[in-house]
Design a protein. Structure first.
Ligand code: GDP
Ligand code: ZN
Length: 306
């Protein structure tokens, strides 16, 4: 039978769901594709499938990826785990309150996006609940250092159209801690009824898992690719895969310009003499909070190497 092309929208250990035109096919994976290493198939991959009965097929080939989002896998020995392929941007979703906006976690997501060469958009949901004044001050730093920040409310349906515009025509990984309203926002954006208020997501066998990645095509003109929202539970814990410690600060747009001023090229901006980053913090050109986030990220990368 003639082979066709589709995109992987869900994956379990032995099977993937492939979107072919407007249908969803359940496809078997062969050999190496089941493993986590090279040659594997992840959500977002464009694949060649051979039909194998109605709504069924076999994955024959994985097409080259235009981008991928990786993290460090901790269980069973540290190695790279590709989370999703063919992603255009990372949308970091946090809440104004309930749960409290954790800037350290936000900065980790932003650095992870930059490490994967992906632009990031910051979305603050639950803006119907007021952001505490101190948090407001910290949030105001982000547009100044070049990030786009969108304040929305799924509940009050405010800012959702602007968010829809930002996602249109692109594949966006939606990352953030649970409880911030990701499912609520995704339901509004996809028109699907996603479970709100659930911590874990059910896979095709009905078992609950916190690792499932879902690719939700966004609604649009028939036949046109309107983009997709990609849900990745647990992204807040994502560790940077294989990064060298001196490469972390250059991924932070406010710290980056000062790195070339350091006396030592392998400076980690802790207590080294002649450090340009520390001088910038002392001169209030970099906020102490952002510097503290840097030190937190550096610590966790150094810990992984021990
Ligand atoms: P997720 O864990 O990130 O997927 O978050 P959910 O979408 O499940 O939402 C968690 C809780 O926050 C639910 O009780 C929602 O009703 C509530 N929620 C979601 N969006 C908003 C919002 O914009 N404002 C307020 N006040 N509550 C919201
Ligand atoms: Zn330095």
């Amino acid at each position: 039978m003639t082979q066709t092309t589709g995109q992987v929208i869900f994956r379990s250990s032995r099977q993937v769901t492939v979107r072919v035109a407007d249908e969803e096919w359940s496809c078997e994976l062969r050999g190496l594709m089941r493993r986590d290493g090279r040659g594997t198939v992840v959500v977002g991959d464009v694949v060649t499938v051979e039909p194998d009965g109605p709504g069924k097929g076999r994955v024959m080939k994985v097409h080259p990826r235009r981008s991928q989002l990786s993290r460090r896998r901790e269980s069973g020995g540290a190695r790279e785990l590709v989370v999703a392929a063919n992603i255009d941007q990372v949308v970091a979703v946090f809440a104004a309150r309930q749960p409290k906006l954790k800037f350290g976690a936000l900065d980790r997501v932003l650095v992870a996006a930059a490490y994967n060469d992906l632009p990031a958009l910051i979305v603050i949901n639950k803006s119907d609940l007021q952001l505490p004044a101190q948090q407001r001050e910290r949030l105001d730093v982000y547009p100044r250092i070049g990030y786009r920040v969108l304040e929305v409310s799924a509940e009050a349906q405010q800012g959702v159209d602007r968010l829809r515009d930002e996602l249109h025509g692109r594949a966006s990984v939606v990352a953030g801690p649970s409880g911030v309203g990701k499912s609520s926002l995704l339901s509004l954006l996809t028109g699907l009824e996603l479970r709100v208020g659930e911590v874990s997501h059910a896979n095709e066998k009905g078992k609950h898992t916190t690792t499932a990645v879902n690719w939700y095509p966004l609604p649009g003109e028939p036949g046109a690719d309107a983009g997709a929202a990609v849900d990745t539970p647990g992204f807040r814990d994502y560790a940077l895969w294989g990064i060298e410690p001196p490469h972390i600060a250059p991924l932070m747009p406010d710290l980056a310009p000062f790195v070339p001023r350091c006396r030592f090229s392998n400076c980690l901006h802790l207590e080294e003499p002649g450090c340009g980053v520390i001088a910038a913090v002392e001169a209030d050109e970099v906020t102490f909070e952002r510097y503290r986030s840097y030190v937190g990220i550096l610590d966790s990368v150094l810990e992984q190497r021990d």
